[in-house]
Design a protein around this ligand. Structure first.
Ligand code: SDX
Length: 378
C-alpha cells in the first residue's frame, strides 16, 4: 500500500530556504531588496547602486560605488570567439543567443570553477556587464550590421541602449531603462532563481546557474510575459476593442499576460514605477495608443482583483520597451540582463550554506511488472 504523501504541485507556498536577498509580502504588494523598499530604490537609486546593494548587502559610499562602476565598465567587452559563435546563430531567438553567449563566456572566465563568494561576486559583476553586450552584439549581427563596441563613459542602461541603437539615448530614456533594470534585479524564489539555486546546490558554478536561469526565464509564464503583452496590445489594436478581446480570451480559459502572480495577491509594487513612464513616453513619442490600450485592458481586468489577480511588473514593461524602439523579441533578454545580480546573490547564498536540492515525485505507475522477451511481446 503506497504511503500517503503530501503533494505540493508547483511548490506553491513552500519555503525552500532562508534569504537576505529580498522580502516579498504578496498580500499587500510589498518588496524590499536587502531591506530597502523597491519604491525608494526605483525612484532614488540607480541600477549600479542596486547591484552593489544586492551583492554586498549595503548601500555603497561614493567611493565604493565608483570602484564597482569601474569594474562594470571594464567588463563590458566580450571575446571575439564569443562574437564569432553568435555570428553562427543569427536566426536564434535573442534569449537563446544570450543563453549560448553566457555558456560560451564560461570558457573564457579564469575563475569559472571558483565557487568562493568573492569569485562568484566577481563573475556576477562580469556577467552583469557582458550580458548586454551579448544581446546587442547578436541583435546587430542578425540585422547584418557590425556590433557597436561598449562605451566606458556611459552608465549601464545608457550603454545598453547605445549598443542596441547606435545612438546615445537621451537622459530621460536612459533613466527609464535604468529604473526598469532596478525593478527586475531580484525577486526571491521565482522560477528562474529557484532553477539557478538547484544548479548551484550540486556545486556546479555561476555560469551554469545563470544559463539555467536564462532558459527558465524565457517561458511566457515568467519572463516572457512582456513580449506577450505587446503581442496582445497589437492583437487588440485599439482601446475600444479591449473588453471584447478579454471576454473572448478569458471565457476560453486563457491567461491575460502581465496579470496575476504566484505571490502577489495585490498590485505588484514594481508596476507603478513603469505605468506613468509608459504613459509619458507614449505621449513624448506621439504614440499614446499603446498606453491607452493597456489602460483599457487594466480596466477590463479590475473585476479579477477580487480573485487576487492584479497587474504585474511585465504589464507596462512591454509598452516602455516598444516605445524605446526595442524589438519585441529583445524584451525578455532585458529582463534577464536586469536579473543577473539577483541570480548571482542567490547562488552565493546557496553556496554559503548548501543543501542539495532534490525533492521527491510520487510514483503512480505500475509496480513489479515481469520482463517479457521480445519475441513474446505483441
Ligand atoms: C514574473 O515569481 C516571480 O517572482 C516572477 C516575477 C519575477 O520578478 O521573477 O515576478 C516575474 O514572472 C511575473 C509574472 C509574469 N507572467 C505573466 O504575466 C503570465 C500571466 N500570468 C499567469 O500565467 C499566472 O498569473 C502566473 C503563472 C504568473 C501565476 O499563476 P499561478 O500562481 O500558478 O496561479 P494559477 O495559474 O493557479 O491561477 C490561479 C487562478 C486560476 O483560476 P482557476 O483555474 O483557479 O479558476 O487565477 C487565474 C487562473 O486561471 N489566473 C488568471 C491569470 N493568472 C491567474 N486568469 C487570467 N489571466 C491571468 N493572467
Amino acid at each position: 500500500m503506497q504511503k500517503q504523501v503530501e503533494l505540493r504541485r508547483g511548490l506553491k507556498d513552500v519555503y525552500l530556504d532562508r534569504t537576505q536577498a529580498s522580502f516579498i509580502d504578496g498580500a499587500i504588494g510589498k518588496l524590499l531588496y536587502r531591506g530597502y523598499s523597491i519604491h525608494d530604490l526605483a525612484e532614488k537609486s540607480t541600477f549600479e547602486e542596486t547591484v552593489y546593494l544586492l551583492l554586498y548587502g549595503k548601500l555603497p559610499t561614493r567611493s565604493e560605488l565608483a570602484v564597482l562602476d569601474k569594474q562594470l565598465k571594464q567588463s563590458r567587452d566580450i571575446p571575439q570567439e564569443v562574437i564569432d559563435i553568435l555570428r553562427r546563430q543569427l536566426k536564434a531567438h535573442p534569449m537563446d543567443a544570450l543563453r549560448t553567449g553566457v555558456s560560451a563566456l564560461a570558457g573564457f572566465d579564469p575563475e569559472v570553477i571558483d565557487n568562493s563568494a568573492e569569485a562568484t561576486i566577481r563573475k556576477g559583476i562580469r556577467l552583469t556587464s557582458q550580458s548586454p553586450t551579448v544581446v546587442t552584439t547578436h541583435a546587430r549581427l542578425r540585422e547584418g550590421k557590425s556590433p557597436i563596441p561598449p562605451r566606458k563613459d556611459l552608465g549601464h542602461a545608457a550603454n545598453f541602449l547605445y549598443m542596441l541603437t547606435g545612438k546615445e539615448p537621451d537622459p530621460e530614456e536612459a533613466r527609464i531603462m535604468d529604473v526598469d533594470f532596478i525593478l527586475h534585479a531580484e525577486h526571491g524564489a521565482n522560477a528562474s532563481a529557484f532553477a539557478a539555486r538547484v544548479t548551484a546546490s550540486t556545486l556546479s558554478d555561476l555560469h551554469s546557474a545563470v544559463v539555467t536561469g536564462i532558459g527558465t526565464l524565457k517561458g511566457p509564464l515568467h519572463g516572457g510575459a512582456a513580449e506577450a503583452v505587446m503581442k496582445m496590445a497589437h492583437d487588440i489594436g485599439s482601446p475600444d476593442k479591449a473588453q471584447q478581446y478579454l471576454d473572448k480570451l478569458l471565457s476560453s480559459g486563457g491567461r491575460v499576460m502581465g496579470f496575476g502572480h504566484r505571490v502577489y495577491k495585490a498590485e505588484d509594487p514594481r508596476a507603478q514605477h513603469l505605468r506613468e513612464r509608459a504613459r509619458g513616453l507614449g505621449e513624448k513619442r506621439g504614440h499614446p495608443e499603446w498606453f491607452q490600450i493597456l489602460e483599457a485592458v487594466a480596466k477590463g481586468m479590475e473585476r479579477y482583483q477580487s480573485r487576487g489577480i492584479f497587474v504585474n511588473v511585465d504589464f507596462y514593461a512591454g509598452a516602455v520597451y516598444h516605445l524605446l524602439g526595442i524589438p519585441e523579441d529583445i524584451f525578455i533578454p532585458i529582463f534577464a540582463i536586469g536579473r543577473v545580480p539577483g541570480w548571482t546573490l542567490q547562488v552565493v547564498e546557496q553556496f554559503q550554506d548548501n543543501q542539495l536540492i532534490r525533492p521527491l515525485l510520487e510514483y503512480v505507475g505500475p509496480m513489479d511488472v515481469p520482463y517479457v522477451p521480445i519475441d513474446q511481446r505483441h
